[in-house]
Design a protein around this ligand. Structure first.
Ligand SMILES: Nc1nc2c(ncn2[C@@H]2O[C@H](COP(=O)(O)OP(=O)(O)OP(=O)(O)O)[C@@H](O)[C@H]2O)c(=O)[nH]1
Ligand SMILES: [K+]
Ligand SMILES: [Mg+2]
Length: 366
């Protein structure tokens, strides 16, 4: 039996099994098996699957955004609008067959936007170019899921399932679990709170299934079996996702209003140029980037330039992004902006900078 058939068998069994306290344990084991087979399917060890040309786009700029969606929702139309790079658009499915990069310049940041072929249900198990598309999505800092506002229903849910199946976790945090494989000593299991989905026995069994006999497990939230498997497999990607409904020129204002109220959602019309700028500002927001400016003593900051950094970056990170050795020469920083109580304020390497801060690095003498 091939892996795909095995997966189908187990999925059938999961569907057949009633969900209740008595079957939780059994379901947990089935899910572990499923996860294992999916990994085998996606990351074959040894012989790699056939390489499809046109998907190896070099990462460039400050962040990468991948356009994911069903065929003909308007991905290429949006890329052409937002980046000035032309990507063929037409009213038939699978117009786009490779990965087409474009560049958005916003707030001084270069954002790489990737247009991709449409994916269909079953993409994660190899339908169409689904696997190539989804593996590009895995490298993105943000997934822009484009949907057709005229096609209601569960398209969003179907796409989410395809992403889930390859280990992408959208809009959620990594589970708060400490897990470390050890050389000996058996399984040491601890939790900081009462668990309602997991037990020590189930954890032992799951780990045995993965042939892990020595490990330290510390569970710090009331996580599910799936969360635990995610941490054990360790190859999960936690990526933010912004849902974008295109073609709102085709539906009523009441319908637009209803869609727009969903969480993490933006509505647009590429055809009528509606809300495109707002979408780009949301992309920036979801990327969670900040821009800070550096200045030299006695000079004005360079407001044209500026550094694009991840939100949460410290003064140490600012030094690193200016020059490799700057941290060694660092004495203190003067910071102007919202991250300080008064401006300027002296700050050390661990001070967290904020969007639009101005920073002057003062070096040690000598
Ligand atoms: N009414 C309307 N049509 C649109 C809009 N945006 C794109 N279209 C049309 O939708 C069709 C598909 O657009 P594409 O940009 O090729 O869609 P795609 O998602 O890239 O499609 P594939 O590459 O085949 O997956 C084209 O005929 C576009 O002109 C919009 O805002 N409103
Ligand atoms: K198309
Ligand atoms: Mg296209």
């Amino acid at each position: 039996m091939g892996i795909l058939e095995k997966i189908a068998e187990i999925e059938k069994e999961v569907a057949r099994t009633q969900k209740n306290k008595a079957t939780e344990y059994h379901l947990g084991l089935l899910k572990a098996k499923l996860a294992k087979y999916r990994v085998m399917l996606l990351e074959p060890t040894g012989k790699a699957g056939p390489k499809v040309q046109g998907f190896e786009v070099v990462r460039s700029g400050d962040a990468r955004v991948a356009l994911i969606g069903f065929p003909s929702v308007g991905k290429s139309t949006f890329l052409s609008k937002a980046t000035g790079t032309k990507s063929e658009a037409a009213n038939y499915e699978f117009t786009t067959l490779t990965c087409i990069p474009g560049k958005i310049n916003y707030n001084g940041a270069d954002i790489q936007l990737l247009d991709l072929p449409g994916i269909i249900e079953g993409a994660s198990s190899g339908k169409g170019r689904g696997r190539q598309v989804i593996s590009v999505a895995k490298t993105a800092d943000l997934i822009l899921m484009m949907l057709d506002a005229t096609k209601a229903g569960n398209q969003r849910h179907l796409l989410e399932k395809e992403l889930e199946a390859v280990g992408i976790r959208i809009n959620c945090e990594k589970p708060n679990i400490y897990f470390k494989v050890k050389k000996g000593g058996g399984i040491s299991f601890n939790s900081t709170l009462k668990l309602t989905h997991l037990s020590e026995k189930l954890v032992q069994q799951l780990l045995k299934d993965y042939k892990i006999h020595n490990a330290e497990v510390l569970i710090r939230e009331d996580c599910t079996v799936d969360d635990f498997i995610d941490v054990v497999l360790g190859n999960r990607k936690y990526i933010r996702c912004l849902y974008c409904y295109n073609k709102i020129d085709q539906i009523s204002i009441e319908e637009v209003d209803k869609i727009a109220r969903q969480p993490n959602t933006v509505v647009i019309s590429c055809e009528n140029d509606l809300n495109i700028d707002y979408l780009i500002s949301q992309i920036w927001k979801y990327l969670n980037l900040i821009r800070v400016y550096t200045k030299k003593k006695g000079e004005f900051p360079d407001f044209e330039g500026g550094l694009i950094l991840k939100n949460g970056t410290t003064v140490a990170g600012v030094c690193e992004s200016i020059h490799k050795t700057l941290k060694d020469e660092f004495q203190f920083a003067l910071v102007w902006g919202t991250s300080t109580k008064h401006s300027p304020q002296r700050a050390g390497l661990s001070h967290k900078v904020e969007d639009e801060d101005v920073i002057q690095i003062v070096k040690k003498k000598g």
